[in-house]
Design a protein around this ligand. Sequence first.
Ligand SMILES: Cc1cc2nc3c(=O)[nH]c(=O)nc-3n(C[C@H](O)[C@H](O)[C@H](O)COP(=O)(O)OP(=O)(O)OC[C@H]3O[C@@H](n4cnc5c(N)ncnc54)[C@H](O)[C@@H]3O)c2cc1C
Length: 378
Amino acid sequence: MADTSYDIIIIGAGMAGASLGAELAAHRNILLIEREEQPGYHSTGRSAALFSEIYGSKAVRALSRASKAFFENPPEGFAEAPLLNPRGTMFVATPLQAEALDGLKAQPDVAAHTRWISAKEAVSYCPVLKEDALIGALYEDGSADIDVHGLHQGYLKDIRRKGGDIQTGTTVSEIKKQSGNWRVTTGAGCYSAPVVVNAAGAWADEIGTLAGARSIGLKPKRRTAILVAPPPEHNPANWPMVMDIGEEFYFKPDAGHLLVSPCDETETSACDAQAEELDVAIAADRLMTATSINVRRIEHRWAGLRSFVADRTPVAGFDKDAEGFFWLAGQGGYGIQTAPALARFAAGLILTGEPDPALKVFGVIENALKPDRLWANV
Ligand SMILES: Cc1cc2nc3c(=O)[nH]c(=O)nc-3n(C[C@H](O)[C@H](O)[C@H](O)COP(=O)(O)OP(=O)(O)OC[C@H]3O[C@@H](n4cnc5c(N)ncnc54)[C@H](O)[C@@H]3O)c2cc1C
């Protein structure tokens, strides 16, 4: 049987593949391939749903800022509810973390989006915090909870509405160059296209290897989250997210519970990550150390993979040695909040060879994202 031909094949229907697919589908004939029956089963469905303009590397922060307008004003009919729900973020510091607090505060774009508050004020926002353990906090007023499901489903719906194809429950097992096109083999059939996008999350280096491309040195790192009940005397609905400035823990309200993470980064192979007992215990312990909360029961636990390259900045661009092979990987812990701008950036490169110039205004620079930067010193 002849292969089905497309202009672009995207591998992976998590947030990265879905957002890029939606940007491309109006202009090209696209196919999005996903191994799981449910796109979003892996990292995309396991996030803490934070939108922060000061979290992550400089390039990540630029992408987040460039994404904000989409979150606030998505296209007509994209989502049934707002994609962002305001929630401040408090980056709290102990006396031992004074230097880290000053370092963060000193970055001009961080300073522009935060205000310094005293330990007393921090406790007024989140009354379970131990005031005498803190020297103060940076408060980001403009951060928010993201409706991750609404965003992801909006992109998938947009792809279908624009005539793109989505194939779920089928694994890409072979990628070969044949007569100038990429031939992608899956359990459901073979497909060919001049352009293949690697949006396979933690599996991106494995997909690269299938295509004969060089490794980007991607390291999947497991992160754990738990849900615990708040103390009965408190209603945490309006508390900010509380993030330890050294990223030892964070917690935030989540549908009547508190979502807590010990901010673990355990290097692992690409897999269906599961929460380990020790990390669950560390999460509860760090929450109890920083607050007056006594954790009696873990209501729910999960883990997911945050996949990073060496500079903890996403990789978006054509591979210079494997013609037509495009990387969209390494989104780490920021792949939801950066998705709108990163998808627009990638679509610009694929459709015109140039990223959308409007992104430059926010500081989104091609050289910081292109895969070649990772091989420059090799
Ligand atoms: C605990 C936790 C908290 C987080 N918190 C936040 C946050 O607050 N804010 C934020 O912005 N980000 C956060 N993140 C990060 C964010 O979730 C990720 O950056 C993002 O989901 C990555 O999306 P992705 O599409 O690249 O990966 P994925 O969602 O993992 O999608 C990749 C897909 O590729 C598919 N695939 C792989 N190999 C194949 C193959 N051979 N054939 C077919 N399909 C294949 C997989 O099945 C998978 O569905 C968090 C992550 C974790 C784990």
